[in-house]
Design a protein around this ligand. Structure first.
Ligand SMILES: Cc1ncc(COP(=O)(O)O)c(C=O)c1O
Length: 492
């Protein structure tokens, strides 16, 4: 047995570190000793100080020290011998690496699995937490009808609150699926029933589920070039081989796909290509559908912001003209309602919906019931359509303001591709200038998400994807003014 642990006691430091937390003194004492034991700083057999000494060291009452020892004994960390003392009971050498340096929050230092490494290789795909000028993709949440949402929520909880607290259908709350099917058929030209709709937390989850269930290691995936990095990370994480297919004024051009490549899946944003904003033309739609049928490939249609079309109407969804069940359609409430709602949907070809819903139970069970119920009411009672009308007007005026202010103050920055909708505008920069100008913009306090990083191949264009929808007019004008000042200095 080792002699009493009288070296400057590590648990004193650990105890002091927990000073600001709200736990009781007994719990903080237990926690400090537990940490010292599991980190290997107190080896098996080490004699612990008496309760009197411990109380003195930590500045706590003796009765508290006594209670802490009793608790640690009950948990099996220490052993108390009558007339002798207290000793560390567990052998921490069994925990590989427990003597190694302390790792923040006890995080394992061991390497991730090959899959884990593949998932992180793409750098993740986080969205900005606050919509500062000109972070891309954020809706204006100040214009959201919170009071109405609150009313719908209270009503739901009053009427059938207890039922909504239960586990829910993995495929999604049926009234929401029905409301969505009706909306999508009418407004987006889909042909689907509630049985084909799967409610998920996000487009990203839809992409991840698709990649997991439909792709094998090494499968080729055609990706729009430039294209949405969230999709690329989801497919690459599952071991897919990403093949960039250039986008021109008509959207993805299959004639420019890598020769001889036969994709298992084609990822498209046909209504409003991300990030160029061009719509996929009808001839291309038909050609890609035909090609997918011939190759028995899947088409993923990510319809992330088609509700925000300001000049004319968007083409109906590709899903609506697919006669062979090759299209998987993704929509999200992140832009049209609010991102923290965490509701999105996947419309699947008949036959796949049940299998996807079952697979989903392996990952996260189902989406939260109450938000689904409120969203269903919001749609059915006509609030969704009204909200969209309102937001479309607001965003259109902001887009106009951004275009006009750019035209006046930064005529060198030409929009690239489409400008008829969405929450952001992509502009071109002089070749090779993106990194330098982005740094200069950041120094002026303006975020300018880059375009070059959305290409897979080295033939990239420099540019910025300027999000404007969430910004009040004054911020748009001020943002452009700052950009213009930097740009003009940098170009001088
Ligand atoms: C093309 C595209 N798809 C999907 C999303 C995100 O949707 P969600 O928040 O539901 O993952 C975005 C966000 O900017 C996007 O640009």
């Amino acid at each position: 047995m080792t002699s009493p642990a009288r070296q400057p006691a590590v648990w004193i430091a650990l105890f002091e570190q927990s000073q600001t937390d709200s736990r009781s003194l007994r719990e903080r004492t237990c926690s400090a000793l537990r940490q010292a034991i599991t980190a290997g700083q107190l080896a098996q057999g080490t004699r612990l100080p008496s309760t009197r000494t411990l109380a003195g060291d930590l500045g706590i009452a003796r009765v508290t020290a006594e209670a802490a020892y009793a608790q640690l004994e009950a948990e099996g960390y220490i052993e108390r011998r009558v007339g002798d003392g207290s000793y560390v009971r567990v052998d921490t050498t069994r925990f590989a690496g427990s003597r190694a340096q302390t790792v923040p929050h006890g995080m394992a230092t061991s390497a991730l699995s090959a899959r884990g490494e593949a998932i992180l290789r793409g750098g993740g795909c986080r969205d900005p937490l606050t919509p500062l000028a000109f972070a891309a993709g954020s809706p204006d949440l100040n214009a959201f009808p919170l009071e109405l949402w609150n009313k719908l929520s209270s009503k739901r909880l009053r009427q059938n609150g207890a039922a909504l607290l239960r586990y829910g259908d993995p495929q999604g709350y049926l009234p929401l699926r029905s409301a969505l099917a009706a909306y999508l058929n009418q407004s987006r030209g889909l042909r689907c029933s509630a049985e084909q709709v799967l409610i998920l937390t996000s487009s990203q989850q839809a992409l991840q589920l698709i990649a997991t269930l439909l792709l094998d290691q090494g499968d080729a995936v055609w990706i729009e070039e430039p294209g949405y990095n969230g999709a690329k990370t989801a497919f690459a994480a599952m071991g897919a081989q990403l093949l960039p297919v250039p986008v021109d004024a008509d959207g993805m051009n299959p004639a420019l796909a890598p020769a001889g490549s036969s994709p298992r899946l084609i990822y498209l944003t046909p209504s409003h290509q991300y990030p160029t904003g061009v719509p996929l033309s009808l001839p291309r739609r038909l050609a890609l559908l035909d090609y997918a049928q011939q190759q028995q490939a899947w088409i993923v249609e990510d319809d992330y912001d088609s509700e925000f079309q300001y000049d004319g109407h968007p083409l109906p969804a590709l899903q609506g003209i697919d006669r062979h069940g090759r299209v998987l359609y993704i929509g999200t409430f992140s832009k049209v309602l609010f991102p923290s709602l965490r509701l999105a949907y996947l419309v699947l070809p008949p036959g796949l919906a049940e299998r996807f819903a079952l697979a989903r139970t392996v990952f996260d069970g189902h989406s939260a019931q109450l938000p689904q119920a409120i969203t269903a009411d919001f749609i059915e009672q006509g609030h969704f359509a009204a909200h969209l009308r309102h937001m479309r007007q607001l965003y259109r005026s902001r887009r106009d303001l951004l275009l006009e202010t750019l035209r006046q103050q930064l005529p060198a920055l030409q929009p690239l591709g489409g400008i008829s909708g969405g929450l952001q505008l992509t502009v071109q920069l002089p070749p090779g200038e993106e990194t330098r100008l982005t740094r200069a913009a950041a120094q002026a306090g303006v975020a300018t998400p880059g375009l070059a990083g959305m290409y897979l191949s080295p033939a990239r264009r420099d540019g910025w994807v300027l999000g404007y929808a969430a910004l009040p007019n004054a911020e748009i004008v001020e943002g452009v003014r700052r950009l213009a000042a930097q740009f003009n200095t940098a170009q001088a």
